[in-house]
Design a protein around this ligand. Structure first.
Ligand SMILES: CC(C)CC(=O)Nc1cccc(-c2cccc(CN)c2)c1
Length: 220
């Protein structure tokens, strides 16, 4: 997170850190007791831990990237992770509701994004969770020739990236608008803090049938 600030402990009890050999790779968030949603671009063998003092390490039983995800573009950049066991929910570990109505968030709506991604241009990695408020950018502005040049589909959304932005390691985290997860951070052009490359998120509402199907099958 560039240009953000330390999150207060326990205010985002849904945040997960996907780690490989103890190193943070990507963000994620609890969408059900045994399921974390993240970004397909983060797939590796992952352990993953929930945050801070009440952090617990949960092994990953299964990782299910969206079938449409691939390394050549940001399409369908979602990853479902089944935990080895159900997370124990408490004041510090909670599920985040996801948006199920497939309707664009109004431009200029101020949403929040959090992560353990780099906090400056020299790639400094924080040990605390950082957060940021960002206004939603209309798809038309985000798709402008000088921005993402018509690569933003109706299953993606953008936020302004002038100075304050998501960055390496924030992928997979939730964009939260009015307490509901509307999007999942995707790396996009892998540029940070440049207003010409707005932050891109995979919208969640278009994928709730896929998410419900995987969880129902996995629960079997
Ligand atoms: C396996 C993956 C973790 C590799 C990766 O993602 N690299 C990488 C490098 C530079 C910027 C970013 C990046 C992430 C999230 C949002 C944005 C856009 N502001 C950039 C991402």
């Amino acid at each position: 997170i560039l240009g953000g600030y330390e999150a207060k402990p326990h205010l985002r009890p849904y945040m997960a850190s996907l780690q490989l050999d103890g190193q943070h790779i990507c963000g994620g968030f609890l969408i059900a007791k045994q399921w974390v949603l993240s970004a397909a671009h983060c797939t590796e063998e992952t352990l993953h831990s929930l945050p801070e003092p009440h952090k617990r390490l949960y092994r990953v039983r299964a990782q299910i990237p969206h079938p449409g995800s691939n390394i050549h573009n940001n399409k369908d950049d979602l990853l479902l992770l089944q935990l080895e066991e159900e997370a124990e929910l408490n004041a510090h570990v909670q599920v985040l509701p996801v948006q199920r109505e497939d309707r664009d968030v109004a431009p200029d709506t101020v949403c929040e994004v959090a992560g353990w991604g780099t906090i400056n241009h020299s790639g400094r990695r924080p040990d605390k969770l950082y957060q940021l408020e960002r206004p939603v950018l209309s798809r038309d502005v985000c798709n402008h020739r000088t921005r993402h040049d018509h690569t933003i589909t109706e299953k993606m959304m953008c936020t302004d990236s002038r100075r304050k932005d998501t960055c390496k390691g924030d992928s997979g985290g939730p964009l939260v608008c009015n307490g509901v997860a509307e999007g999942v951070v995707t790396a996009g052009s892998r540029v940070c803090g440049n207003y010409k490359k707005p932050a891109i998120y995979t919208r969640i509402a278009p994928y709730t049938a896929w998410i419900d199907g995987v969880i129902a099958a996995g629960a079997a």
